[in-house]
Design a protein around this ligand. Sequence first.
Ligand SMILES: [Zn+2]
Length: 59
Amino acid sequence: MTDRSRSSGRSVRAAIAGLFGGRSRTVVVECRRCGTSVERGARACPTCNCDDIVTYTIR
Ligand SMILES: [Zn+2]
C-alpha cells in the first residue's frame, strides 16, 4: 500500500513534466502589474487589462 502511493506520486510528477514537453524547464507567464498568471501567448492580463506581460523561464 505504501509503495503504491509512493510510486503513484512519482508518476503524477512525470505526467506534469510531460505536459511541459518532458523537459526540466517551466515557462511562467504573468502580468507585471498585478502578478496574475496568464496563458502563454496572451497579450493582455485578464484581471487588470494591462499589456505589460512578462515571461520567465525556470530551469
Ligand atoms: Zn494584471
